[in-house]
Design a protein around this ligand. Structure first.
Ligand code: HPA
Length: 272
């Protein structure tokens, strides 16, 4: 794993002339609009990067973008790898480990998710203040790589409290609602049944989705502070459950992503 990472990092460095990103950003389904805010310096399609898995889902174009947001150097993953696509957990988190060795000191993550909190509406945004991993695995299973972190990593602060506070203040000043809540990660690819949505709520979830948690676990293992936002694209709330398609999720995400993009941009420009 370490060797592969080094090989990938060397390749990326050779293509980006030593560009040093201060933060990594992972963009979720239908949430690529942040890319328009980047002063782009380099673009590397995933298929050209050695050892990188290649993304297959519609709505994910699959490239690493290097550039500046709010004057700060960042690396952006446009398109991520999901467990439901058949990738191993190691493959899902491989780019996070690569970004660590490229020098990132902070990780921003976005995703589309189903709201199970009855106070949520489609198009709302939720900053994650915790998560529950219901994926059938964990990226840290297997021999522990000491260079990354300890065998039994602490998870008492999965999401950076300071960034959460900055985000809260920003949303207040801008006059939009930013929920704070618990994200439940599932494997998918099915969306949930009504009984499953109810279960997510009962166990303490506010939103449910198919990503983010593996990347955050890998990042926290390496002591990278994380900030993550869910865009609520559908509702798993009794009486409000409707048929949902991937296209609905992309459409709802595109509408709500303005808020998510504004939060990320503010945090990077002012608080990184
Ligand atoms: N469930 C799981 N994943 C999702 C959902 C959902 O309702 N919406 C977007 N991603």
């Amino acid at each position: 794993m370490l060797k592969e990472i080094q090989q990938t990092v060397e390749y990326i460095r050779s293509k980006t002339e030593g560009f040093e990103p201060a933060a990594g950003i992972i963009l979720g389904t239908g949430l690529g609009g942040l890319v328009r805010e980047i002063e782009t310096a380099y673009v590397l399609p995933y298929e050209e990067i050695p050892n990188f898995p290649v993304s297959t889902v519609e709505g994910h174009s699959g490239k690493l973008i290097f550039g500046k947001i709010g004057g700060k150097p960042v690396v952006v993953m446009q398109g991520r790898f999901h467990f439901y696509e058949g990738y191993s957990m190691q493959q899902v988190v491989f780019p996070v480990r690569v970004m660590k060795y490229l020098g990132i000191q902070f990780l921003f993550v976005s995703n589309a998710s189903g709201g199970v909190n009855p106070n949520y509406e489609i198009g709302d945004v939720m900053a994650l203040n915790d998560h529950i991993n219901l994926l059938p695995s964990n990226p840290l299973i297997g021999k522990n790589e000491k260079e990354f972190g300890p065998r039994f990593p602490d998870m008492s602060e999965p999401y950076d409290r300071k960034m959460l506070a900055h985000a809260r203040e920003f949303a207040q000043n801008e006059g939009f609602t930013l929920h704070e809540g618990v994200y439940v990660s599932v494997s998918g690819p099915c969306f949930e049944t009504p009984a499953e949505y109810k279960y997510m709520r009962i166990i303490g979830g506010d939103a449910v989705g198919m990503s983010t948690v593996p990347e955050v676990i890998a990042a926290r293992h390496m002591s990278i502070p994380c900030f993550a936002v869910s865009v609520i694209t559908d509702l798993g709330v009794e009486g409000k459950i409707m048929e949902v398609t991937h296209e609905d999720v992309i459409a709802a995400a595109s509408k709500a992503e303005v808020k998510m993009t504004a939060i990320f941009k503010h945090l990077i420009a002012e608080h990184l």
